[in-house]
Unconditional design. Structure first.
Length: 295
């Protein structure tokens, strides 16, 4: 699959409406292959990766990051996704091999897989003493509806959001989303136009599968054929930043006593990154060196 992933930001109605449109097919396919995801878990994680990549573009500094945690108590278990401002994103689902029957309308049953008896948690580390934390109860487990509630309650942003992943047993065909926000000076007339238009808009997956460009999608969603591009060529990437050094620091944080207890029973410690499945092995001699350094 060729990497044609992009995020483009637009203004509509003379700057009174903003919309970010994303194509994330390649990114989500990378996640699917990395974690050997089923179609159901691909759709759930893919939607979350997509909104994380859009939200990541709002971060001000490359040192900033956001973490999304979703726990609906469904069979998929927890979903965790992290993005920086680039946006480079990474994520995992607790139970990647869950597969459920399709719903009656033929769509993947993400809501049942995720569950709705839990929470959506967004943590933004933006260089302050304490990170920003926003928590809302899940509405449906379908991800987009849950984030619409999050934006309304935690960030006080009236938002229209759509996320979609078209996937089969062979992989991701299309993935993307859009996030539309009303500016404070948006008029009732504009709001009415948007509400009327949104009710007729095809799904994001359908528009992408029909080879609609992100600019086409922005025009279709807003109903404004004069949308203006304000930022383009943002390329979201699935990329893990784990390293042996980071895992070593994690082992050091366990403390000397706990490491010594481990060494009594084990010849080595094998750690696995949840985001990319890379393994890091620390043998007994190396661990003894770590302990001695800390003394």
């Amino acid at each position: 699959m060729e990497n044609s992933d992009r995020i483009i930001k637009f203004l509509a109605y003379d700057g009174k409406v903003s919309i970010a449109c994303a194509k994330t097919s390649y990114l989500v396919e990378e996640a699917r292959k990395t974690h050997d995801l089923t179609p159901t878990s691909t759709a759930a994680l893919g939607r979350t990766l997509t909104i994380a990549s859009i939200m990541g573009t709002e971060l001000k500094s490359l040192d900033d990051s956001l973490t999304i945690q979703i726990d609906g108590k469904g069979p998929l278990g927890k979903i965790v996704v992290v993005s920086n401002a680039f946006p480079r994103v990474k994520g995992y689902v607790q139970n990647p091999h869950v597969e459920l029957p399709l719903k009656e309308n033929g769509k993947i049953d993400v809501g049942t897989a995720v569950g709705n008896n839990g929470y959506l948690n967004v943590i933004k580390d933006i260089g302050m003493k304490e990170p920003y934390i926003g928590i809302t109860e899940l509405v449906s487990g379908e991800i987009a509806e849950d984030f619409t509630k999050y934006f309304a309650e935690s960030e006080q942003k009236p938002t229209i959001l759509a996320l979609g992943v078209l996937v089969d047993k062979n992989g991701v065909k299309e993935s993307g989303g859009y996030l539309l926000n009303l500016m404070p000076d948006a008029t009732d007339d504009i709001i009415s136009k948007l509400e009327n238009n949104i009710s007729k808009v095809p799904s994001i997956s359908q528009m992408l599968s029909e080879n609609k460009s992100l600019e086409d999608i922005a025009k279709i969603v807003t109903g404004d054929n004069e949308v203006k591009i304000i930022e383009e060529n943002i390329i979201p990437v699935y990329e893990c930043d784990c390293s042996r050094e980071k895992f070593e620091r994690g082992l050091i944080s366990l403390g000397k006593d706990e490491l010594n207890d481990i060494l009594k029973n084990e010849e080595k410690i094998e750690t696995v990154c949840q985001f990319c499945n890379k393994k890091y092995v620390f043998d007994k001699e190396y661990l003894k060196e770590i302990i001695n350094k800390e003394e």
